[in-house]
Design a protein. Structure first.
Length: 600
């Protein structure tokens, strides 16, 4: 575990202009730096890097974050790897929490040994493809699949010879048997007193992590027999099937400015597409797409195209992929689905059609909305009232999994057209509340309108409370120290104001971690449904001088607490309305007097 204080130190010492500028061409304009956004295609620079705030923001696709966030998104790193990369750049050593240090050291040493084993194994398999007596059979097979020596070298393809102990013998002098077993390359059967190579008589596809290190293997049979077509490494301390993607390292290496990634089912599909000049394909590793896969894909590109067989299994795999995409479908992200004709896979299809026609096929692939509503409608009679009700129910269950974005709003509109129900009714029956529009008001003092007739007061006061809550959030996005000015236990009462729920979430985090900088605080809410609102508030200029912010923040919170008291008073009065004074009980009369008693 990396100590939070070190991460804070890292963020404070990092120069985001230096980090981003080493990867993106930036031009200084005023106090900020600008460049073309690396996360979406644009011709006019809308990507701003602020040295003052140590924060980047794109006005086009709303990508935002700190130096660590940038490294995770741009380089495709997980959080720990991003911390290690940034620490190395600053000449710092990543510490560990004292109690975990010994265990972390043991795990790191084990991972290093396993990485060495898989590296040596990959080199062995590649040598066999070049020099084994049976190499011509393998080379002939690869040529028959349309692959050249150049593409084989790019993807480090190899050959696992037939026999039971070729790899075991080759690695005996340089590695411990237990490490080779842990790496999944030797099968150990102690009850039978047997050990043997896992991969035999197969074309070998090394699986590399985002840094290019071999972490596992996939093997494909050469001759058609009763063996499984593909055999994959098991889960190991350095390989997790649900997170890794075959071909992602190669795709990033050959396409510095990736715009989309094609997800296919097999290793050979990835390599065959690369052979035809389509170098942006990746494959899941013998498992259905997971949310971790989707998150890793979206860290790299904004457009994902799932390309599967058109049979039932392929469509079921696509549906699982769609379900994993929904929670991550922010604005600017696109997902499409291409289903190939029966009996075809990407390998056979690209050889039959060629690059141009295959890419045209992908451009015309079904949009996520088309596939989702089409799939739902397959078993529903949308011409009947019952069918439309079922479509509304099932559709809203899916749409509620999406973040609150313009894309979700448009999906709800589309469902409204298909069912004949208004968007308000769809949201009402599903329990979904409409989020306030993302709007940055002027940062002056906010005057709550004077008391109006009760019929109008609710609407006006909702807007006033919303504006006050946003002003408090705006201050927190510039300095978190202001939480020390308020009674945090008392502030918990704000849970009674719907417009304050996000504010309360942010305050809780700021209180629990008092050393959290505004950038770190924003990072915590990056995937939150209101993350875009917080980003916009962080980007908006703070007109008040820093010394005035604590008192201003406390004043806003005090006014919200006053609004809460008024709200409770209104609710109490409303609960007693419709009764004459004579009809009230003594208890109700006492409550009414208390509600209208002047303060103090």
């Amino acid at each position: 575990m990396i100590p939070p204080d070190f991460i804070q130190t890292l963020r404070e010492r990092a120069d985001i202009v230096d980090i981003v500028g080493s990867r993106v061409n930036l031009v200084k304009k005023g106090k900020d730096h600008w460049g073309l956004c690396p996360f979406h295609d644009e011709k006019t620079a809308s990507f701003k890097v602020s040295a003052d705030k140590q924060f980047y923001y794109c006005f086009g696709c709303q990508a935002s974050g700190s130096a660590l966030d940038f490294l995770q998104t741009y380089d495709g790193l997980d959080f720990v790897s991003a911390v290690e990369t940034l620490a190395s750049r600053l000449g710092l050593e990543v510490p560990q929490v004292k109690g975990d240090r010994e265990e972390d050291t043991r795990r790191r040493e084990e991972r290093d040994r396993l990485s060495n084993v898989t590296r040596l194994a990959s080199e062995f398999y590649q040598r066999q493809l070049r020099s084994h007596p049976d190499k011509e059979r393998v080379i002939s097979y690869l040529k028959g699949r349309g692959l050249t020596g150049e593409i084989a070298r790019e993807y480090a393809l190899g050959f696992a010879p037939g026999g039971w102990d070729n790899l075991m013998t080759a690695l005996a002098d340089d590695t411990a048997d237990e490490d080779v077993i842990t790496a999944g390359l030797i099968v150990d059967r102690p009850e039978e007193k047997k050990r043997y190579d896992r991969f035999r008589d197969r074309v070998m596809f090394p699986i590399r992590d985002i840094r290019g290190r071999t972490i596992a293997f996939g093997g494909r049979v050469i001759s058609d027999d009763d063996k499984p077509k593909y055999l994959n490494s098991p889960e190991t301390p350095i390989f997790h099937k649900g997170r890794e993607l075959y071909g992602l390292f190669e795709a990033k290496r050959s396409n510095r400015q990736l715009e989309s990634l094609i997800v296919v089912e097999g290793y050979m599909d990835v390599v065959a597409l690369a052979q035809h000049g389509i170098g942006n394909a990746v494959a899941t590793l013998g498992t259905a797409s997971t949310q971790d896969h989707v998150q890793r894909l979206f860290r790299t590109v904004n457009t994902i195209i799932f390309c599967f067989d058109g049979d039932r299994a392929g469509r079921n795999a696509a549906w699982k992929a769609l379900l994993n995409c929904l929670p991550q479908m922010g604005d600017g992200r696109n997902v499409r689905f291409e289903f190939l004709p029966d009996g075809e896979d990407p390998d056979s299809m690209v050889r039959k059609e060629g690059k141009d026609r295959f890419e045209l096929r992908l451009e015309r692939a079904q949009l996520l909305s088309e596939f989702m509503f089409g799939r739902l409608s397959e078993t529903i009679d949308v011409q009947s009232i019952d069918g439309r009700a079922q479509l509304a129910k099932e559709g809203m269950v899916l749409l509620m999994q999406m973040p609150d974005t313009m894309f979700r709003a448009l999906m709800i509109e589309s469902l409204s057209e298909k069912t004949g129900l208004s968007t308000d009714k769809l949201q009402q029956v599903s329990g979904m509340t409409r989020a306030p529009a993302v709007e940055v008001p002027p940062w002056d003092e906010y005057d709550i309108p004077p008391d109006l007739d009760e019929e109008d007061e609710g609407v006006v006061r909702d807007r006033g409370r919303e504006r006050l809550a946003r002003e408090a959030l705006h201050v927190l996005m510039h300095t978190t120290e202001v939480v020390s000015t308020i009674d945090t236990d008392e502030v918990e009462r704000l849970a009674g104001i719907p417009e304050c729920h996000l504010l309360l979430e942010v305050i809780r985090v700021a209180v629990q971690e008092p050393n959290l900088s505004p950038v770190m605080l924003l990072s915590r809410f990056r995937m939150h449904s209101d993350g875009a609102l917080l980003t916009e508030l962080a980007e908006a200029e703070q007109l008040l001088a820093v010394p005035r912010l604590p008192s201003h923040f406390k004043g806003v919170i005090d006014r919200l607490m006053g609004e809460l008291d008024k709200l409770k008073k209104q609710e109490g009065t409303r609960s007693l309305s419709g009764k004459s004074l004579a009809e009230l009980t003594e208890d109700e009369k006492a409550r009414l007097r208390a509600l209208h008693r002047p303060p103090g």
